[in-house]
Design a protein around this ligand. Sequence first.
Ligand SMILES: [Zn+2]
Length: 476
Amino acid sequence: MKNLSTTLFIILIGLCLTHTVSSEKCIQYLNPLNSKENRVFDCLMASPAQKRQLPTPPASDNMFNVQFNCLVNDKALCSKVENVFVTAGRFITATLNLKAVISVNATFLNFCEVNIAPGIDCNNPNKVILGAAGPAMVIPYKDETADKVRLYPQALYKQLGLPSHPQFGPNEIMAVFNSAANYWFEGDPLPMPERQADMLLVVTHELIHGLGFTTAWDDLFGINALTPVIAGITDDDASSKAPGGVIPKEPNAPAGSSLQFLELIFDKFMILTADGIQMTTQTDELNKFQIDVQNIKSEEQLVQAFMASPQYKVAQGLFQKATTSGSMGFKTISGDVVILETSLLPFQSSSSIGHVDFATYKNSSDFLMVFRSPTATLGQMMATAGSIDTYGPIGPLLRGILQSMGYEIKDKYVPPVELPSAKFPNKEPFAIKPVPDDVNEGTNNKKMSNNGRINSPIGINVLIIALACILVTLFM
Ligand SMILES: [Zn+2]
């Protein structure tokens, strides 16, 4: 179809990070486009002096402190992009009662001019990577009421105000965006061309991922089996050398040490909608898989052992549900069940599960976290949903999700910004269907999930925002 060839299709393959770390180690990510650029270190407790030095946030309408690095020679464009981060920060600050500043390291640069992402094909004009974002650090934590240790994005961990805490990394969220991509900004002509994406919508979406809207459940090894991330035993050196998730052998690992599956805090609230079973019970089932770490020499060996275990069937069953519409949900502490995205066939790592169900929420005030981005601006989306003055970009169910994980929601929402584009309604922001073959661009999860990227094969029409996912291979 000719009209489709002139429009835009973008896949935000989220931040999928493969690592090895212990439950007492923190992971700092250095490049959202290359998960191997990371630092694993002991979660040293902060000294009293360091804690006193933690910034007490001033009353601010923007609790996001964006360290913006603009590496393009266009000051006007740099200014526009930086302003988008400020606006997105104000929308989130108007919604969440943030108790600690959230530091975002954001860089705007031409991906093809620097060696930032492995595997980028700069010679293919149909594939433009837009960018990526996600938590800059995750911290293992178990509160007194929790049944198990789970990984917390540092942004959330800081909000908990714990009496003692690990030394934090310098940033909570990191983001990179490609200056070679074509973004729309408030003030640009309307209607927004289909080739463009509203950067404010994309940045807000990605910041929500960075706050913790991200799941550890994935087809980790590309064997049509769903598991959380794997924990085990390793050391820092081994982890930094781990190629593509290969399990390195820990020379000092205690004999008989075993692997374990580990969840993110988001996963605590996931349920199977058919029977209301909590996904975390499935993690417990999977953790009956026992293997001596000392005997594992490669990822392949681990996969073979897992496929020979009874737990493989459990993981296969869950994978089936991850590709069955409406089968997984997030049950908030208020009891609402938010349907998660399990309609994608085949399973799309970093798009499946880690978003709200597209069909259910695309036209609601909870549109923000669907996996596809609209051919409409954020202002237009809010206007269509009727949520400009009630919820803003963060709808009631998304608020429930963030609250369940530990964020505090403000009692009253006051719109921090008026978006002019909201006055020009776009009634059908998802009217154009993606071309199936091009949709499949993002389905090679093995290939795409090891680094966070946003692809925009020109010739298609829909912006797809995929989740900033974390595949953390943890060695306890
Ligand atoms: Zn997403």
